[in-house]
Design a protein around this ligand. Structure first.
Ligand SMILES: Nc1ncnc2c1ncn2[C@@H]1O[C@H](COP(=O)(O)OP(=O)(O)OP(=O)(O)O)[C@@H](O)[C@H]1O
Ligand SMILES: [Mg+2]
Length: 442
């Protein structure tokens, strides 16, 4: 993670229009993670991350920012929904499970890195297992001459294997069932995660017997990969490194945090929501959490929370929790220009997605610039007349316009259809003007 804040913003710019404050704040926070890790241990201990609260109405890009961050991060990162947690003692996931998820993400990240480092060795190991299936084994006490011809046969087979000529050949392989059985983290309370580890071991023991399977050599490579990497990698070293990375570089994106705020004024005060907030306090502030990889302190984990706060306000969160998210950023609602840019200036924009989907039917779709402007202006109008659902409105609007074309696509194979402003107006004009109709249709 040595992207500069400018590079991070530039990356996000490819996918998210506007929201510059949010991008900037996040970029600085990420860079600070990196900066801190370059310091002496003593200083590192002192520097606490400043957690961020992103506020913005629905469909303006909060979750999208998190999704894009996840893709570019080489730091342990998880995105979780606050609404799926319940207070300790109730049925459901307790908040500490998000820390366990983070450590697990870190473990996968570190494993991947270690695997990349010894990729050649792993490939070699896999090839060895496959080749041994293909040529008769060398008998013990074989003469020099037999050994020599064995090596020759082996090398020849290896060459053939590497050329891909044998990819479709079927062989029988054995692999550990153990690597395929894992108790999912169901959110056991605190000390039970070690017990869970025990259950995993027990299950592993029960399934010690190997599975035999006939597969093509191509598939065999994938199936053998995890056992080959298990064999060659030092799992304990990975656990230690994974814990360290999660502790120092870990980031948790806590989406939908407004769903656990209960508004003081109204009748929908919910004590269990407050319970979840109270459970969150020690985690955000810093406490020790048991995971199956070991104990982790959450002091230096960065939390980024996001919420629309339509019904509740940030001030409806427990004051202590508010205080633990000192940096606030607001995301702007999307105006017509922003909606237009979302369609034209983002990688893999909706329009491109539709073009790609219909190209499968050999149908070429083009959008005139005026038509795209019309998409944006109708979306904005529908947002104003009914609910403001931000860029999500573009999905319903475009879907409505393309519905018939998409349905009849097979009849138009080989053609090019241009979506014009007139077509957009014809399909949407009446609906958008009529408030009741837009409520139901768009
Ligand atoms: N600023 C933006 N730039 C590009 N695309 C956007 C932007 N805002 C929203 N979108 C698109 O709109 C859709 C919804 O956005 P997103 O999931 O980020 O909403 P949200 O802010 O998390 O809303 P909610 O509060 O309802 O969860 C996504 O497909 C996303 O790509
Ligand atoms: Mg969201």
């Amino acid at each position: 993670m040595n992207l500069t804040p400018k590079q991070i913003v530039a990356y996000l710019d490819d996918y998210i229009i506007g929201q510059n404050d949010a991008k900037k704040t996040i970029a600085i926070a990420l860079r600070n993670r990196y900066r801190r890790l370059q310091l002496s241990d003593e200083l590192q201990e002192e520097i606490m991350p400043k957690n961020i609260l992103m506020i913005g109405s629905t469909g303006v890009g909060k979750t999208e920012i998190a999704r894009r961050m996840a893709k570019m991060m080489s730091l342990p990162f998880v995105k979780v929904e606050a609404s799926k947690y319940t207070e300790v003692g109730f049925v459901g996931r307790d908040v500490e499970s998000m820390i366990r998820d983070l450590v697990h993400a870190s473990f996968s990240l570190v494993t991947k890195e270690y695997e990349d480092n010894i990729k050649d060795n792993i490939d070699h190991e896999i090839n060895k297992i496959i080749i041994e299936k293909l040529i008769p084994a060398l008998p013990s006490g074989a003469s020099e001459a037999t050994k020599e011809s064995f090596i020759k046969a082996y090398n020849k087979m290896e060459e053939k294997l590497l050329s891909g000529a044998l990819d479709d050949k079927i062989i029988e392989i054995e692999f550990d069932k153990r690597t395929h059985v894992e108790v999912i983290d169901t959110g056991f309370p605190i000390d039970m995660s070690s017990m869970q580890e025990g259950i995993n071991k027990l299950l592993g023991g029960m399934n010690k017997d190997k599975i035999k399977k006939e597969v093509s050599i191509k598939d065999a490579r994938n199936l053998l990969r995890s056992s080959a990497s298990d064999k060659l990698l030092d799992q304990d070293a990975i656990k230690v490194e994974a814990l360290k990375r999660a502790k120092n570089g870990g980031i948790i994106f806590l989406d939908e945090i407004d769903k656990i705020a209960s508004s003081k004024s109204s009748q929908n005060q919910d004590p269990s929501k407050e319970g979840v907030q109270r459970d969150l306090l020690p985690i955000v502030e810093g406490s020790d959490v048991q995971t199956k990889y070991g104990t982790i302190s959450t002091d230096h984990i960065l939390f980024i929370a996001a919420g629309a706060f339509h019904v509740s306000k940030p001030s409806d969160l427990l004051p202590e929790l508010q205080g633990r998210f000192p940096l606030r950023v607001e995301l702007e609602s999307l105006n017509e220009e922003a909606l237009y840019k979302i369609l034209t200036n983002t990688k893999n924009s909706l329009l491109r997605q539709y073009q790609a989907l219909l190209s499968v039917e050999d149908l070429k779709i083009e959008f005139s610039d005026e038509a795209i402007r019309a998409f944006a202006s109708f979306s904005l109008r529908a947002n104003e007349k009914t609910e403001d659902i931000g860029a999500r409105r573009l999905h319903t609007v475009i879907e409505k316009v393309l519905e018939d074309i998409s349905f009849d696509a097979d009849e138009h194979a080989g053609e090019t259809i241009t979506i014009t402003k007139e077509l957009v107006e014809e399909k949407l004009g009446e609906i958008v003007e009529n408030e009741d109709m837009s409520r139901y249709i768009l």
